[in-house]
Design a protein around this ligand. Structure first.
Ligand code: AMP
Length: 211
């Protein structure tokens, strides 16, 4: 099962992808996590990506496509995967489609005020990519990851001035993918209401994945 998750920042992709992956026995691959790991390791890709990410802009297609499509050919992806944050532009979607057949596209829609509220309260455990929210999905101990007890951080690009930029970039560059996948014969496109509670969204997504 190969699934693409579409949806604006804050729609719940990073929360839902690992839950779904576990239930379906596949891998969650988040392009943003891959870039954050590359920055932490100060690799060439990380150095290139950092400026774009901090500005709330997209990393150039060539670098992003290479990073993600190479990852998808690794052995642990053979059983399937759920892609969180990729593709985000038409060229990314086209190249992915040429290389790998996708079974389902799940597009999470959400109202803008809810997105902003979710992103501003988001806290992340960087090494694992685990995502929390200070009100709606708090860690057991404030500021600490449930599994490792390590510190949670607020992402630099989750600060208010960058959030608006990222939402604008989504509308301009990523939203057209909804139409792209809706109009294609394959793969199947499904829209989910992302304004709901976490558990309700998971149920709706599982129903799509298993349909
Ligand atoms: P995310 O964690 O998915 O919100 O991604 C954080 C940031 O990483 C984005 O704002 C972009 O700067 C970069 N990024 C992640 N995925 C992509 C992608 N598919 N194409 C371009 N840039 C990306």
């Amino acid at each position: 099962m190969r699934i693409i998750l579409l949806g604006p920042p804050g729609s719940g992709k990073g929360t839902q992808a690992p839950i779904l992956a576990e239930k379906l026995g596949i891998l969650a691959i988040a392009s943003g996590d891959m870039f954050r790991a590359a920055i932490a390791k100060q690799t060439a890709v990380g150095m290139e990506a950092q400026g774009y990410m901090n500005a709330g802009e997209l990393v150039p297609d060539a670098t992003t496509i290479r990073l993600v499509t190479e990852r998808l050919t690794e052995a642990d992806c053979a059983n399937g995967f759920i892609l969180d944050g990729f593709p985000r532009t038409l060229p990314q979607a086209q190249e992915l489609g040429e290389k790998i057949a996708i079974d389902k596209v799940i597009d999470i829609t959400c109202d803008e005020e809810i997105l902003i509220q979710r992103i501003s309260g988001r806290r992340v455990h960087l090494p694992s990519g685990r995502v929390y929210h200070i009100d709606h999905h708090p860690p057991q101990v404030a500021g600490k990851d449930d599994e490792t007890g390590e510190d949670l951080i607020q992402r630099d690009d989750d600060l208010p001035e960058t959030i608006r930029k990222r939402l604008a970039v989504y509308t301009e560059q990523t939203k057209p993918l909804s139409e792209f996948y809706q109009n294609g014969d394959q793969p199947t496109y499904h829209e989910i209401d992302g304004n709901q509670e976490i558990a309700a969204i998971t149920q709706a997504m599982l129903a799509v994945a298993r349909s």
